[in-house]
Design a protein around this ligand. Structure first.
Ligand code: ATP
Length: 232
């Protein structure tokens, strides 16, 4: 479904991503793990068109999207839940969801109901200003907003960030359910432990390069990953 080949990204002279290649097949949960600064967020931003790569190619469902605008990538079925959620704090929960459906001409009440079923707390708070939500609720809203675009591929950047362990578990259960309902997931996480529990496959990024990849369960069992990313 997604094929990334020899992706490179620079910030001025800094080469943040160095020839990264990976792929995501339809129906999978694939995770990119790595330490702070490894290049996970930059990779996702390049995929969704928020940061222009210096070289390499990105294709989605067999079509080259490397030079498409961010909104055209959303139109083609890819939605991004950004690091730090980036909800609109001065707008209501409902207005944030409406923005997620901005590019669609066919959003209907049933689509909002689907999001509210997945995140019942958002239904209760639909008229509340998004900036007054808790961190976990804001994460749910950011995910709900992305789902309003009806993506086939969902890009998630550190959904666990700043959340208590019980809430992290709840959010990850929801990610698994979204995947089971038919949405392919690319998950960026610093919390390798939980990411490897739900992913089919994983790529480990270090200073802008993929250093390890494979089935998530196999990677989680290697000494290298245990020592560097699983605190053991
Ligand atoms: P984190 O979990 O902290 O977000 P990350 O793995 O997502 O880490 P990136 O944020 O992608 O890492 O950063 C990769 C590298 O690119 C880092 O060295 C970072 O300092 C650099 N970088 C990121 N954004 C910029 C920017 N706007 N200008 C200059 N350098 C940047």
């Amino acid at each position: 479904m997604l094929e990334v080949k020899d992706l490179a990204v620079h910030f001025g002279v800094i080469n943040a991503i160095k020839s990264v290649s990976f792929n995501v097949s339809e129906g999978e949960i694939v995770t990119l793990i790595g330490a702070n600064g490894a290049g996970k967020t930059t990779t996702l931003r390049a995929l969704s068109g928020l940061k222009r790569p210096s070289s390499g190619s990105i294709s989605l469902e067999g079509k080259d999207i490397t030079n498409l605008s961010a909104q055209d990538r959303v139109r083609r079925g890819m939605s991004h839940v950004p690091e730090g959620r980036r909800i609109f704090p001065d707008m209501t929960v409902l207005e944030n969801l409406e923005l997620g459906a901005f590019l669609r001409k066919d959003a209907v009440a049933a689509d909002y109901d689907e999001v509210y079923q997945r995140f019942p707390i958002l239904a209760e708070r639909r008229k509340q200003l998004a900036g007054t939500l808790s961190g976990g609720e804001q994460q749910m809203l950011a995910m709900g907003r992305a789902l309003m675009a009806k993506p086939r591929l969902l890009l998630l950047d550190e959904p666990s960030m700043g959340l208590a362990p019980l809430l992290v578990q709840e959010i990850f259960d929801i990610i698994v359910n979204i995947n089971k309902a038919g949405t392919t997931v690319l998950l960026v996480e610093q919390n390798a432990n939980i990411a490897l529990q739900i992913a089919n496959r994983a790529y480990v990024l270090e200073t802008g390069s993929v250093v390890l990849s494979g089935p998530a369960a196999e990677l989680a069992a290697t000494d290298e990953v245990k020592k560097a990313y699983l605190g053991g």
